[in-house]
Write a protein that binds this ligand. Structure first.
Ligand code: SME
Length: 176
């Protein structure tokens, strides 16, 4: 596992079909689970997930976490990609909407999302999934951005949501 994850190497910024993307994610899942097994430190989990999802989803230009540091404020956490904004209020952007509502935000075209924050103006689609602790509190969000329109299907959102739940919500004694 010295290279992190064993998957076919794909060019970056090229969008496979939905079924190819889902198959690749399903192939990566057991490897990701094996790496994260037994870890309880939230930053170690976030950093490793950002790394492995960056390798798994090469159609993304940003993969990472924003952490809740105040009641209604997110700060950038572990990520891969172009530089992200450092601070995002719950009132702003796709990440803010996910943190505020606790609901997955799947945005096929960010130009059609009022208030989207363009950290990288090449970003065209985005998926943001809340990270919830064992008491049901939103602790962070996973943010995935792509330079390609409609790069995240519902099925991918469901798979990643389940991965986040088993990693952060259902795991005993995560240290935040
Ligand atoms: N586009 C996001 C901001 C975060 S970055 O793109 C890394 C948003 O609207 O919340």
């Amino acid at each position: 596992m010295s290279e992190g994850i064993e998957l076919t190497t794909l060019p970056r910024d090229v969008l496979p079909t939905v079924s190819e993307r889902v198959a690749r994610l399903r192939e990566a899942l057991p490897q990701i689970r094996a790496v994260l097994s037994g870890e309880r430190d939230a930053v170690a989990l976030e950093a490793t997930l950002a790394c492995l999802l960056w390798e798994t989803l090469p159609w993304c230009n940003w993969v990472g976490f924003y952490r809740r540091v105040e009641e209604r404020t997110l700060k950038v956490g572990p990520y891969h990609g172009t530089m992200g904004c450092l601070t995002i209020s719950f009132d702003r952007g796709v990440c803010g909407a996910a943190a505020r509502t606790g609901e997955i935000q799947r945005v096929p075209d960010v130009h059609a999302f009022a208030g989207h924050i363009a950290c990288d103006d090449r970003s065209r689609s985005e998926l943001v999934i809340p990270v919830v602790d064992s008491e049901g509190r939103v602790r962070a969000v996973l943010d995935l951005d792509s330079t390609l329109v409609d790069a995240f299907a519902e099925e991918e959102a469901m798979i990643l949501d389940a991965l986040l739940r088993e990693t952060f919500t259902d795991r005993d004694e995560v240290r935040w």
